[in-house]
Design a protein around this ligand. Structure first.
Ligand code: SF4
Length: 397
């Protein structure tokens, strides 16, 4: 495999990614302000600027976060003129659904969104007997260039705003509340930042979105921090910032290889922050929060699925508060990347468990609807650009 170039990354100044080598576009235009961009104090100030009484801030917050009403026209207890002002100034349409698909007998639902500037992102709702989880995007595209990932092949278009992230969740919470997710309770309880993008490359907005999702209603959605998972490929300075936030979200580290030789290729950011350094930061997070770190590992046939790599991973994680989540690769047509055969997968699991490392294999939701990060959007882009580069293979990071 070819060694990919190191991508210029400034996690402390995430916006520099927007104009970095991956994206040749000029600085992207962020969406208009939305009430989910603001905390309650900010919403009160916005009301004052609109000439509205400050109690309206709580009123519209109750509609949006408490009742999951995203359209000002449906807030019928407000005067008509107020609804019009709100629609224009605080509730602009951020996400327009252009494709919605369901599979797994209705337990998995995927939405492809068009943003105000035409960028495409996607969200997935996954129902289980005891819970419903939303998988959301934090960026349009991704600048991390993992070669097995459809999103990584698109490059980065731009960071999502706080409200673009939050609005995905509020929409999906509304779908959950409608009872459309077969066999699950009608309440969204978990959010994973494992859709398109590297969440920690959009650090301030992702953290603000986490705060909005976990602040009690009506200011926020009132989810438990412990039920939010933030993933990263290992942007070490941003991981250290996350430690300092003293949140109790779950950290998921997308490792994909236990040795630097291979990880330099599979996760190019490893050329900047090596396996040992990334794991050190993850274990610091564990020490700070007491929360078990989730190690994400996409099993790819004949690439990273050898028994010796299972043993090496086992040695790195043995005795640590870590759980390995093996992800059977979800290949796309024509891809050179493929999932490991089941016997190889079973042996990988066996060796990790023998080393005392808690290990599970992720269920592969939504394969019949291009069900992992970036695949639906990649398909749409490919169709739109007739002959554009088809995505290789895909996995939720
Ligand atoms: S696997 Fe995740 S970090 Fe890597 S390119 Fe894909 S979306 Fe980005």
């Amino acid at each position: 495999m070819t060694i990919l170039p190191v991508i210029p990354i400034s996690p402390d100044q995430p916006d520099t990614l927007q104009s970095g080598a991956v994206s040749k576009r000029s600085r992207p235009k962020m969406p208009p302000r939305h009430l989910a961009d603001l905390d309650l104090a900010g919403r009160k100030s916005a009301m004052a600027a609109l000439g509205e009484p400050s109690f309206r801030a709580k009123q519209i917050s109750t509609h949006y976060f408490g009742r999951l009403v995203r359209d000002a026209a449906a807030m019928t207890d407000l005067p008509a003129a107020t609804r019009d002002r709100l629609a224009a100034d605080l509730l602009p349409t951020l996400l327009t659904p252009i494709r919605e698909q369901a599979c797994d007998d209705g337990a998995t639902r995927k939405t492809l969104w068009r943003l105000h500037d035409g960028a495409l992102v996607e969200s997935v709702l996954m129902g289980y007997p005891d819970r419903i989880t939303a998988c959301v995007s934090s960026q349009a595209g991704c600048g991390m260039a993992c070669p097995f990932c459809a999103t990584g092949q698109q490059g980065l278009t731009r960071n999502l705003s706080v409200a673009e992230i939050v609005d995905q969740v509020v929409y999906l919470a509304g779908v959950a509340a409608s009872g459309k997710v077969t066999g699950s309770p009608p309440r969204l309880s978990r959010v994973v930042f494992m859709g398109m993008g590297e969440p920690l490359a959009n650090y301030p907005r992702v953290i603000e979105a986490v705060r909005r999702l976990t602040t009690p209603a009506p200011e926020g959605l009132g989810l438990s921090q412990r039920h939010i998972t933030v993933s990263t490929v290992g942007l070490v300075p941003a991981m250290r910032r996350l430690i300092a936030e003293q949140l109790s979200v779950t950290l998921a580290l997308s490792l994909h290889a236990p040795d630097d030789d291979l990880r330099d290729e599979l996760v190019p950011v490893n050329q900047r922050w090596k396996v040992a350094e990334v794991l050190d930061a993850a274990f610091e997070y564990v020490a700070q929060t007491g929360r078990r770190v989730s190690i994400e590992y996409a099993l790819i046939r004949d690439v990273n699925d050898q028994p010796w790599r299972a043993d090496l991973l086992g040695r790195l994680l043995s005795g640590k508060l870590a759980h390995v989540n093996l992800i059977p690769l979800n290949p796309t047509p024509g891809s050179k990347w493929d999932a490991s055969p089941k016997p190889v997968e079973r042996e990988f699991v066996r060796r990790l468990r023998e080393a005392g490392v808690s290990t599970t294999v992720r269920d592969t939701r939504g394969q019949e609807i291009d069900g992992a990060c970036g695949q639906l959007a990649a398909g749409e882009l490919t169709e739109a650009s007739a002959g554009g580069a088809a995505a290789d293979a895909e996995v939720a990071q």
